[in-house]
Design a protein around this ligand. Structure first.
Ligand code: SAM
Length: 278
């Protein structure tokens, strides 16, 4: 009988966030697939867990995924962890989950912290609808295309970024999206955790010369709702023309000219509508 794959979220900075159920999942599994086995070994040592580890990362994920699936199909249970946070979220795992799903292998989750939802929840920006944009590409063309797709995005947007790339990313976001509110969530769950709630222009200026330390998530306000144009119906405009003509003793033509200037409707159309209903 086939075993299962369980994806287990690991702390994004504070070991106290590793849940009892996550510890249990590691203790009970047959083997652990880890993004970086050295990082995971430290976690296992902290919790006094001994388990066989195999590496599963960006550059070996294709063939390693096959091997992991074959072992699970032969009856073993596997836990997948990444270095920090939820596997498969800007981390290896997405493909292993897809491979298992395709082969009918049961996939379970022991959810844990993830920087995207933690930063969003702390941002003070609307959380009802949001998009996760991950890391912006370093390839200029794809980066430009990605940003161009976001200019009219109304939902709150969440980006991951490495500290040394922060100045360029803040500048590019400001240039592409204009001045918007942004929350810079830094070192979440760690000693120096902070959330800077500012605007893209100010953040780009503040970090223009570097100086960013630690891990960052950027939460950017969505595009403003387009202003609703007030539309006046021809019928209302014609009524206004008749009232104006009567009140001020001007001709229908003069009243239609003034109402047209105010409403943007065609003077001739308003005049005809007003004369027809007299
Ligand atoms: N799988 C992880 C998750 O669920 O959040 C994300 C891994 S991704 C390779 C790493 C990025 O997540 C960092 O560059 C940073 O943008 C963000 N991140 C991870 N831990 C963080 C923390 N403690 N504080 C702020 N950002 C963090």
């Amino acid at each position: 009988m086939s075993g299962t794959l369980t994806i287990v979220g690991t702390p994004i900075g504070n070991l106290g966030d590793f849940s009892p159920r996550a510890v249990q999942a590691l203790e009970e599994t047959d083997f652990i697939a880890a993004e970086d086995t050295r990082v995971t070994l430290r976690l296992l040592n902290h919790f006094g867990i001994k388990k066989p580890l195999v590496s599963y990362y960006e550059h070996n994920k294709r063939e390693r995924g096959e091997q992991i699936c074959a072992r699970i199909e032969a009856g073993e249970n596997c836990v997948l962890v990444s270095d920090a946070g939820m596997p498969a979220i800007s981390d290896p795992g997405e493909e292993l989950v897809a491979q298992c799903a395709e082969r009918g292998i049961p996939v379970l989750a022991v959810p844990g912290p993830s920087a995207v939802v933690t930063a969003l929840a702390l941002s003070g920006l609307p959380t009802g609808r949001f998009t996760f944009e991950g890391f912006l590409s370093m390839n200029k063309k794809s980066r430009r295309e990605h940003l161009a797709q976001l200019t009219d995005e109304r939902r709150t947007m969440v980006f991951y970024e490495a500290p040394h790339k922060l100045p360029t990313t803040l500048r590019d976001l400001y240039e592409a999206l204009g001045d918007r509110r942004v929350a810079l969530a830094r070192e979440l769950t760690k000693v120096h955790e902070e959330v800077q709630r500012t605007t893209l222009r100010e953040a780009a200026a503040r970090y223009a010369d570097g100086g960013a330390r630690g891990e960052f998530v950027l939460v950017v306000e969505g595009a403003p709702e387009p202003e609703q144009e007030e539309t006046v119906s021809l019928e209302d405009a014609a009524r206004a023309v008749r009232e104006l003509a009567e009140r001020e003793g001007v001709s229908l033509s003069e009243a239609a000219r003034r109402v047209a200037a105010l409403t943007g409707l065609k003077k001739s159309a308003i005049y005809h509508a007003a004369s027809a209903s007299e």
